[in-house]
Write a protein that binds this ligand. Structure first.
Ligand SMILES: CC(C)(COP(=O)(O)OP(=O)(O)OC[C@H]1O[C@@H](n2cnc3c(N)ncnc32)[C@H](O)[C@@H]1OP(=O)(O)O)[C@@H](O)C(=O)NCCC(=O)NCCS
Length: 375
């Protein structure tokens, strides 16, 4: 047995747990060398998805075939609808999505293969099908019929069309698309690391994605975008924003949407999305929420030196474009599937089982006492 490194860092804070060529936060967040500012401003979610899954930006013809592969993989087997209709309507949307991906695994001919080409093809198929799962459940839960995917719309327009049964306005499509670009990838975050740990056992892509969805659901990770909106709902008015946040800090309340393990001064994704929120809020009757958010941000910064993270503006943006809170974290999955897939493929391509050690803090060695003598 090799000697483990003696230093223990709770939560693995600051620990380099592996190598990746997918993204970095050093020198500003970049996906495969491209800054997120550039991507959010000039690219589209589908192009970023190609970049993450395939490694480079596509040529026109590569992009054309990618888009048509995605469009033709949007439909899901009837078994999904049958199962979704049998679930209690109060089932959590992330749990349902996790189950939905498991069903897709049973219907994918390449589920068990970790060959590079098969994994890429499976990643594309999951990317295409996840919005269908997310929107089908949202509609079934609301008592309406799912809307079939359309192959003539781009990723974000099709998603919103399946959700609302009507093509979205361009401002809504664009807002969602930018948020998906920013949610797509983030280095060794908890869910991507989960996916890598699962993949390092040579588990397949669907299995590793199911594990990642379970990790993303938690309120300290992806679940925070829904909780951030609940914070603002509780605050209610501009006048209540400052007393509310001061009271929250005094009572040591965790304010969802603030703080980050690796961004101590600024989450650049939050900065981009806040600008976006401010831009579209006047036409969306949401300036009051932006003002409440700004007051809370200032107090959090002045008192605790905590910046907002991406989930803080993302929740508001989704609310502004008319989305129900319960779908916010599933939308994060619709984007992050690209990053997860890239991590799983990268892990498989140079695999070493991830199996760290722990410090033992349990009882000293003791003898077994038969049950009848335990008293
Ligand atoms: C994301 C998060 C888990 C990072 O945690 P972390 O790196 O372990 O940060 P720490 O717990 O070391 O925080 C440092 C200090 O800030 C406080 N703090 C961190 N986030 C806080 C928040 N959202 N609200 C209030 N206080 C917070 C901690 O209580 C701690 O205070 P202390 O030094 O007085 O004990 C944490 O900030 C959090 O729970 N945020 C809310 C959930 C959220 O928005 N998650 C989405 C992340 S993208």
């Amino acid at each position: 047995m090799t000697n483990p490194t003696e230093t223990y860092y709770p939560g693995l804070e600051g620990v380099i747990a592996g190598e990746t060529g997918i993204s970095t936060i050093s020198g500003g967040l970049q996906y495969r060398g491209y800054s997120i500012q550039d991507l959010a401003e000039k690219s589209t979610f589908e192009e970023v998805a190609y970049l993450l899954i395939h490694g480079n930006l596509p040529s026109e013809s590569e992009f054309g075939s990618f888009k048509s592969r995605l469009a033709s993989a949007r439909a899901v087997p009837d078994a999904v609808y049958t199962l979704f209709r049998s679930l209690p309507t109060d089932a959590n949307a992330m749990d349902v999505l996790r189950t939905g991906v498991s069903i897709l695994a049973h219907h994918d001919a390449d589920t068990g293969s970790n060959e590079l080409d098969d994994s890429i093809a499976k990643a594309e198929r999951l990317l295409a099908a996840i919005p269908t799962l997310v929107t089908a459940w949202a509609r079934i839960k609301a008592g309406s019929e799912p809307v079939a995917p359309r192959s003539d719309l781009d990723f974000s327009a099709n998603l919103l069309n399946m959700l609302h049964g009507a093509e979205p306005a361009e401002v809504e499509r664009h807002a969602l698309d930018v948020s998906l670009i920013l949610y797509a990838e983030h280095e060794y975050n908890a869910s991507s690391f989960t996916a890598r740990v699962a993949a390092s056992t040579l588990a397949d892509l669907h299995g590793a994605v199911v594990a990642a969805i379970a990790a993303l659901k938690g309120p300290l990770h992806g679940g925070a975008n829904e909780k951030a909106v609940e914070v603002l709902e509780e605050v209610g008015t501009i006048d209540n924003a400052e007393p509310w946040i001061r009271n929250a800090l005094e009572t040591k309340r965790l304010v969802m949407g603030f703080g980050h393990r690796v961004y101590k001064d600024e989450d650049p994704r939050a900065t981009i999305l806040k600008r976006f929120c401010l831009e579209i809020s006047p036409d969306r009757n949401a300036t009051e929420w932006e003002e409440m958010a700004t007051i809370i941000e200032k107090v959090m910064w002045d008192e605790k030196h905590l910046p907002p993270n991406m989930d803080w503006p993302a929740g508001r943006l989704y609310r502004m474009i008319g989305l129900e809170t319960e779908i916010y974290t599933p939308l994060f999955v619709a984007a992050r599937i690209t990053g997860w897939a890239a991590h799983i493929i990268e892990q498989h391509s140079g695999n070493r089982l991830i199996r760290p050690r722990s410090n033992y803090i349990g009882p000293e060695p003791r003898g077994y006492v038969p049950m009848s003598e335990r008293g």
